[in-house]
Design a binder for this molecule. Structure first.
Ligand SMILES: CC(C)(COP(=O)(O)OP(=O)(O)OC[C@H]1O[C@@H](n2cnc3c(N)ncnc32)[C@H](O)[C@@H]1OP(=O)(O)O)[C@@H](O)C(=O)NCCC(=O)NCCS
Length: 193
């Protein structure tokens, strides 16, 4: 585990192994469930599903798994993996970005109580800083078409709207499965980014 920085009692940590993740697992699940239950996503994840997302990210080669923690309580999370390891996304972006040389920012969330303190931006800047720029030229993510805080944050960090959309089918908080529309944003990586 690496402790990347600390401010206002919040540590930004990077996890590498399942063992290191163990103390944060339950708390991650709670944070993930509550953040994505909010609009515009209104998604319902069962604990096993949130755990599976955590584990699958941590098992992906070259993953960047970051948590913002207040002692052992998870207040934010941010993941990134090589784009080629996410087949469902790769198929949407062929021809738009060099798949082998693009990193994917997979998840980002900060608990409501901790927002507008710079945690989302810090987690994202660390994800970008930790990508190997000898191997990767671009970074991409998808976010809701609703131009919410996430869209504003990424634009303020020099991401561009690619104009490419995808539909995501998911169980919603009312128990129904519905699709919602997401937009891809991307940015080039430079040695200095
Ligand atoms: C997106 C999210 C992670 C931002 O986290 P955060 O810790 O509040 O973000 P920061 O405090 O670092 O803010 C970074 C910038 O984003 C923008 N921003 C954040 N919240 C905003 C809001 N409510 N309205 C407008 N802009 C906003 C601002 O440009 C802000 O910079 P500023 O505070 O200097 O003006 C958080 O709102 C969240 O978890 N949302 C729900 C989940 C989600 O949308 N995840 C991303 C999609 S997968």
């Amino acid at each position: 585990m690496d402790r990347l920085e600390q401010r206002d009692n919040i540590d930004i940590i990077r996890l590498y192994t399942k063992e290191e993740a163990l103390p944060y697992r339950t708390s991650f699940v709670g944070a993930y469930q509550s953040i994505f239950a909010e609009p515009p996503y209104s998604e319902r994840f069962y604990p096993m599903e949130a755990e599976a997302i955590f584990d699958s990210n941590l098992h992906t080669p070259e993953n960047i798994t970051l948590l913002a923690v207040n002692k052992e309580s998870v207040v934010g999370f941010a993941f990134a993996i090589p784009l080629r390891s996410r087949q469902s996304i790769t198929s949407k972006l062929r021809g738009l970005l060099p798949i082998q040389h693009t990193f994917y920012l997979a998840e980002l969330g900060v608990l409501d109580l901790y927002r507008r303190k710079g945690i989302g931006r810090t987690l994202t800047q660390w994800r970008i800083n930790l990508i190997d720029t000898d191997a990767y030229n671009d970074v991409v993510l998808r976010t809701s078409v609703v131009k919410d805080s996430s869209y504003q944050m990424y634009l303020s960090m020099n991401f561009d709207d690619t104009g490419v959309y995808t539909e995501v089918s998911s169980r919603r908080t009312d128990g129904m499965v519905r699709t919602d529309r997401r937009l891809f944003l991307s940015r080039q990586l430079t040695q200095e980014s």
